[in-house]
Design a protein around this ligand. Structure first.
Ligand SMILES: Cc1cc2nc3c(=O)[nH]c(=O)nc-3n(C[C@H](O)[C@H](O)[C@H](O)COP(=O)(O)O)c2cc1C
Length: 325
């Protein structure tokens, strides 16, 4: 990576149930330099559950961040240590998730009301690792807070605790009355707050997230902040990322010439993955969006009746169906 470019310049957002290791492998076929994030893993799941299942990843996935959900400094420290030992490039704390389940566990967006507790968590995590950065993903406010000062003070408190990278979903989280999905759509986006954070804390890395869909928008935000994180659009329209390496990340070329090449590589991965191919294919269903035949192609890769066949056979059927594609 070009040393003058921030490692956070472009990233794909952590998305529960979506950005699992198979999804990330798929994204890596399209962009080599974009930073990738795991789904959120709670400290409880990591400390008391199947660590390998939560933490294992393919070596191709670097640069890769583990996102944690939790609030107990000791637990966060133990999990940060695990992240480093497992080979992650970053450990990120989720202070932006509004779901009720998360609220009851006292983590996610409600933590923005407790900056001191988060600061203790960040400090404990930083003390626990040697090599990897500890970063925070958060919102610009909770509930009806409208003031910029709220997020400025939150960031200021965490910066004092040593956090240097802030990923800011540019809308409030409304902790009551909205589903998590509505909480990604209803509270208004306020990019100006994120720009202001960068102006007020020029030495910090500030990454903007929320509602970004085009290269033009990415370029406009990059003129104001250090990085842009893209969630839903990257998942639903993955080919959007096909020229990010060259266009934004200083690479001499892009990893994939065309979508056929990506599909062929993912089919090969399906064949050796050891999991049913449908677990992997579901992440690539947007790959051909906008092309003729995309609907039929999507139907085949999500056809339950084909699940007993090997991925290679399904792929061959699709190729036999050409030139409709
Ligand atoms: C299906 C789904 C799951 C998500 N899971 C997480 C999560 O685990 N951790 C997190 O910090 N944000 C999560 N988010 C929020 C995204 O990371 C991101 O902040 C949000 O979608 C706004 O970005 P976008 O408009 O580019 O999608 C999730 C979003 C979606 C759509």
């Amino acid at each position: 990576m070009d040393a003058s470019l921030s490692p956070w310049r472009l990233s794909v957002a952590p998305m529960l149930d979506w950005t699992d290791r198979h999804c990330r492998y798929f994204h890596r076929l399209i962009t080599r330099r974009t930073r990738l994030y795991t789904e959120m893993v709670t400290t409880g799941a990591l400390l008391h559950g199947d660590q390998a299942r939560h933490l294992d990843f393919n070596p191709e996935e670097h640069p890769l961040a583990l996102q944690l959900g939790g609030s107990e400094p000791e637990d966060l420290a133990a999990c940060a240590r695990l992240a480093e030992r497992w080979g992650y490039d970053e450990v990120n704390l989720n202070c932006g998730c509004p779901s009720e389940r998360v609220q009851r566990g006292a983590f996610g967006a409600c933590l923005m009301n407790e900056p001191r507790l988060v600061a203790d968590g960040v400090k404990a995590m930083r003390d626990a690792v040697q090599r990897i950065p500890v970063t925070v993903k958060h919102r610009i406010g909770v509930d009806r807070t409208e003031s910029y000062d709220f997020v400025r003070d939150f960031v200021g408190t965490l910066a004092e605790a040593g956090c240097e990278v802030f990923i800011v979903h540019a809308r409030n989280a409304w902790l009551q009355g909205l589903s998590p999905k509505e909480n990604r759509e209803v509270p208004p986006l306020r990019y100006e707050f994120v720009y202001r954070l960068k102006r007020d804390f020029p030495h910090l890395t500030v990454v903007l997230n929320g509602g970004v869909q085009t290269h033009e928008q990415i370029a406009a935000h990059l003129a104001q902040v250090d990085g842009v994180m893209v969630g839903r659009e990257a998942y639903h329209q993955p080919w959007l990322m096909a020229d990010w390496d060259q266009r934004f990340l200083g690479a001499p070329d892009n990893p994939a010439q065309d979508r056929d090449q990506v599909e062929a590589a993912l089919v090969a991965y399906m064949a050796r993955s050891g999991v049913p191919w449908s677990h992997i294919a579901r992440h690539m269903l947007g790959l051909r969006n906008g092309l003729p035949g995309a609907r039929r192609w999507r139907q085949v890769w999500s056809d339950h009746r084909l699940k007993s066949q090997p991925a290679q056979a399904v792929w061959q059927q699709l190729r036999d169906m050409a030139p409709a594609r």
